[in-house]
Design a protein around this ligand. Structure first.
Ligand SMILES: NC(=O)c1ccc[n+]([C@@H]2O[C@H](COP(=O)([O-])OP(=O)(O)OC[C@H]3O[C@@H](n4cnc5c(N)ncnc54)[C@H](OP(=O)(O)O)[C@@H]3O)[C@@H](O)[C@H]2O)c1
Length: 199
């Protein structure tokens, strides 16, 4: 398969890229790195990327930013960061990509454990992750041409603990190699409308 991975240089994306590269042709995308550049906040940039890479069998998104901050002080503008970037960035990858991906192709988005296991300072991440999980369940039942869509919802990665550790006390960190398996299941398997939790 020819698989586009948006965010392939990141902590999650690098594990996904290396797992899928064993069996597939990978096209890496990022805003500052990769084979193609894209800003997922900008649909015209998404369209340009899809047009430049040609027909794809699968699109994986391991990108998306949210603002972490104490809820009592969170502003509308800070919530808007996650809505524009991690939520609508990934939704727009599907809206644009659904016209250009091959029949039977798949989309795999990234949400995260905070949808249902919140931590301090994570209200925006919880909001956005819950929305992504809801979106894939709903989009799956209406996608045409045998297209599939799933989300991977990882716990905090072991490899991210040096930076995220203080937010995630008591959480069981998951190795990136295990998280990558859920992306392989989504891309290479047959299921759709699923949220694959990796805890
Ligand atoms: N790490 C964890 O423990 C963990 C756990 C659960 C969920 N998640 C979720 O997994 C996703 C990736 O997290 P991560 O820790 O791997 O992040 P990361 O290490 O910061 O990597 C982010 C990746 O996304 C790309 N990117 C950033 N902004 C972009 C944009 N506007 N357009 C296109 N690409 C962009 C970056 O490449 P460039 O620098 O080239 O733009 C990079 O490849 C996030 O949604 C995060 O919430 C992470």
């Amino acid at each position: 398969m020819k698989i586009l991975i948006v965010g392939a240089s990141g902590t999650v994306g690098a594990f996904v890229a290396s797992a899928l590269a064993e069996r597939h042709q990978i096209v890496k995308a990022g805003s500052k790195s990769g084979d193609v550049r894209v800003d997922i906040k900008d649909s015209s940039s998404i369209r340009k990327m899809f047009e430049s890479v040609g027909k794809l069998d699968a699109v994986v998104s391991a990108a998306g930013k949210v603002h972490f901050g104490e809820f009592a002080k969170m502003t509308e503008a800070e919530f808007a960061i996650g809505l524009k970037d991690k939520l609508m960035g990934q939704v727009n990858l599907v809206l644009v990509g659904r016209e250009l991906i091959a029949d039977g192709g798949s989309f795999t988005l990234t949400s995260g454990v905070l949808s249902h296991d919140p931590v301090r300072a994570g209200s925006s991440a919880s909001l956005v992750n819950g929305a992504i999980d809801g979106f894939v369940r709903a989009a799956a039942i209406e996608l045409p041409r045998g297209l599939r869509i799933n989300a991977v919802s990882p716990g905090v990665l072991l490899e991210s603990m040096p930076s995220y550790g203080p937010y995630f006390r008591g959480h069981q960190p998951v190795p990136g190699t295990r998280v990558a398996l859920a992306y392989a299941k989504s891309v290479e398997g047959a299921r759709t409308g699923q949220v694959f939790e990796v805890l």
